[in-house]
Design a protein around this ligand. Structure first.
Ligand code: NDP
Length: 262
């Protein structure tokens, strides 16, 4: 388990869900990991779990309170990581995100701004914090967690897919911009994954059990994905096994977005 040995990685929104699974998978593969998370308690609990499951000491697993909507906050997390690990960041995973599923015409200005602040500005703030060092060193891998909403639209889910389409645009633009400096920028588009976010979505529906069943009925594999299954793809993209994969997006949805239905 040394596919990321010697590397240092920053993962946003790593207190729970997909981000926590990525942090654990990275640590298992030998990386030093910083969990840059809004909720410090959850980040510290996850960091402790990673230490106990990997036998890593505090110098290789760090929790830093971070708000990805604030550029200075992400810069601070990156600086703390580099100071603690004694090495620059090789990998960034922009994972923090929120659902914002509204009717376009009843959406408030605040909800619009909040969605873009976390789901798109947050990704840019992360990139901006690590890119100068990666470009200077001529090495780096950035993995942005997009969504199948990055290329599919469900009515009533506005403006989340608009922001997630933007994540793909940002991934492609930065991937091309810095390819000559050997900095790769890729995205992962998860489908339904078993996290708090998904359960919150079902619970908001009039009949949560029926909503969950309707989701499962449309899954080609008759189940939704696990956070660890997204994490495996993040490990691959972050590692030296993907040196010629750049400015693209890997879908992790069990085939759901290929299914035609009406
Ligand atoms: P969760 O809600 O389970 O976890 C998201 C984490 O991000 C939480 O710990 C949350 O902290 C944190 N976070 C939220 N806002 C900020 C912020 N401003 N700064 C730092 N951290 C923040 O979500 P998932 O694990 O399900 O989703 C992770 C990513 O995957 C998101 O980008 C999401 O859009 C994407 N995705 C998820 C899918 C799914 O089915 N679950 C499908 C497709 C994409 P707090 O607890 O304090 O809110």
């Amino acid at each position: 388990m040394t596919r990321l040995a010697g590397k240092a990685a920053l993962i946003t929104g790593a207190g729970r869900g997909i981000g926590a699974a990525i942090a654990l998978a990275f640590a298992r593969e030998g990386a030093a990991v910083v969990l840059a998370e809004l909720d410090l308690d959850s980040a510290q609990q996850t960091a402790e779990r990673i230490r106990s499951q990997t036998g890593k000491g505090g110098a290789r697993v760090l929790a830093v309170q971070t708000d990805v909507t604030q550029s200075a906050s992400v810069q601070h997390a990156a600086s703390e990581a580099e100071r603690t690990f004694g090495q620059p960041l090789d990998v960034l995973v922009n994972n923090a995100g929120i659902n914002m599923f509204r009717d376009p015409l009843t959406l408030t200005d605040d909800d619009w701004r909040r969605c873009f602040a976390v789901d798109l500005d947050g990704v840019w703030n992360g990139c901006r914090a690590v890119l100068p060092g990666m470009v200077e060193r001529g090495a780096g891998s950035i993995v942005n967690i997009a969504s199948t909403h990055s290329f599919k639209i469900i009515p009533g889910c506005f403006p989340y897919p608009v922001a997630k389409h933007g994540v793909i645009g940002l991934t492609r633009a930065l991937g091309i911009e810095y390819a000559p400096r050997n900095v790769r920028v890729n995205a992962i588009a998860p489908g339904y994954i078993e996290t708090q976010l998904t359960h919150d979505w079902w619970n908001e529906q009039a009949d949560p059990a029926a909503a969950q069943q309707a989701t499962l009925d449309l899954q080609p594999m008759k189940r939704i994905g696990r956070p660890e299954e997204v994490a495996m793809t993040a490990v691959f993209l972050a590692s030296d096994e993907a040196p010629f994969i750049n400015a693209t997006c890997i879908t992790v949805d069990g085939g759901r977005s290929a299914l035609y239905h009406d």
